[in-house]
Design a protein around this ligand. Structure first.
Ligand code: MLT
Length: 398
């Protein structure tokens, strides 16, 4: 009989967004005549930009002829896409080598898969509330997790505690779910802490394209010495509407070297390459053609248009919450608006209340950790029409 990974017994029965989908499906089956508006999972609604679509078609055409056909591609991604990404960083003054970039099917997979590189015997520092993937994947391996409270008092941006040692640190900025974003000064402190503790920062920058405040860093590598202590995960899901298309990237700097127990040098870049070539066959050529178009001047301009559209939704949601006297956060450098449930309500109760009385789906803060118990998250990724309609319903309800 196989011995199963019983750490799974410590996880909640369903992944957060599967649980929400399940509850919403039950509701819509029982109420087929009601129009539900989904402001829950951060799934985009606008179509891909025309530049991306053109290149996806070109990718398909390439597969139709012997001269340009592609079979297996490089597991770490085609050079044309890795170079497009390094140029994108260069425009923001950050120098990355193409062989430090690994193309993935999204930040969710890689923030989970990266745990393959680390022994179970590591102390992991994770903010609370947080994107549940970081917690769940470390629980699957039974690593020791220390939670850092992200609260109204610290503006949802926990800072290092010199009395606590950690080996791995998860940071997400702009933050999912709170929408808070670290400043350069704050990230400098995290980099110093990581260097002092010989720790690694696992930095999720999936929402960097929503940063409007030009003084805020869009990458951990904007901070000096970060290449000695950080890995960055990014995604085209929110930047370019690739939630269904699937493409992202992970940057593992070559400076990330640690001694093995027998004194040899272990390079995380080499280890990740070894891991990917063994367990991953890469993202399809067609999708990588489309992804490269995101980083062209035209492609970036089209992405910016879509981001502006979602930012307008965020504004509409903020205005309504303000009007009704909710205490809310985020929505400026982030597509998410995080607010306190009315009357100290529990966030799952509020989820049910909003679904039953206004047919609006949001995300209960409790799904992101204990500090989210009395908070709720709305996303700006729906259409203008649906966002306006949802806010009208909120207006009538409260
Ligand atoms: C979210 O809603 O938190 C995100 O869309 C989830 C994800 O990107 O996996």
């Amino acid at each position: 009989m196989p011995k199963l990974n019983e750490n799974y017994l410590n996880l909640t029965e369903n992944y957060l967004f599967s649980e929400i989908a399940h509850r919403v499906n039950t509701y819509t089956k029982a109420n087929p005549d009601k129009k539900v508006i989904r402001l829950g999972i951060g799934d985009v609604t606008l179509p891909l930009g025309s530049e991306v679509i053109t290149q996806l078609h070109e990718g398909v055409n390439d597969l139709a002829s012997v001269q340009t056909f592609k079979g297996y591609g490089p597991e770490q991604g085609y050079a044309f896409l890795r170079e497009a990404i390094t140029n994108y960083y260069q425009k923001n003054g950050i120098s990355i080598c193409a062989d430090e970039v690994f193309i993935s099917d999204g930040a969710k997979s890689d923030t989970g898969n990266i745990t393959d590189l680390f022994d179970k015997d590591n102390i992991v520092l994770i903010p609370d509330p947080v994107y549940p993937v970081y917690v769940d994947t470390n629980m699957m391996d039974a690593r020791k997790i220390i939670y850092m409270d992200a609260t109204v008092e610290n503006h949802f941006l926990p800072m290092p505690d010199p009395y606590i040692h950690a080996d791995l640190i998860y940071l997400c900025s702009p933050n999912n779910p709170t929408g808070a974003a670290y400043t350069c000064e704050q990230l400098k402190e995290w980099v110093s802490y990581a260097l002092e503790n010989h720790a690694i920062i696992l930095y999720d920058s999936a929402y960097e394209c929503f940063i409007t405040d030009k003084t805020l860093p869009r990458s951990i590598f904007a901070i000096e010495q970060a290449k000695k202590c950080a890995i960055e995960f990014c995604s085209l899901s929110k930047t370019a509407g690739f939630t269904g298309t699937r493409c992202g990237y992970t940057i593992v700097p070559k400076e990330l070297n640690f001694p093995s127990s027998d004194g040899r040098n272990l390079s995380l870049n080499t280890m990740w390459k070894r891991r990917q070539t063994t367990k991953f066959n890469g993202v399809s050529y067609i999708i990588q053609r489309g992804a490269a178009a995101v980083f062209s001047a035209k492609g970036l301009a089209q992405c910016e248009e879509n981001i502006k559209y979602y930012q307008e939704n965020a504004k509409m949601i903020s205005i309504e919450l303000e009007k009704k006297g909710f205490r809310y956060f985020g929505g400026v450098n982030s597509p998410y608006i995080w607010f306190e449930c009315p009357n100290q309500m529990d966030s799952w109760d509020f989820f049910d209340y909003l679904l039953n009385n206004a047919q609006i789906v949001g995300t209960p803060g409790a799904g992101f950790g204990k500090n989210g118990q009395r908070f709720f998250r709305l996303t700006s990724f729906n259409t203008h029409e649906n966002t306006i309609e949802a806010m009208k319903r909120m207006d009538n309800l409260f």
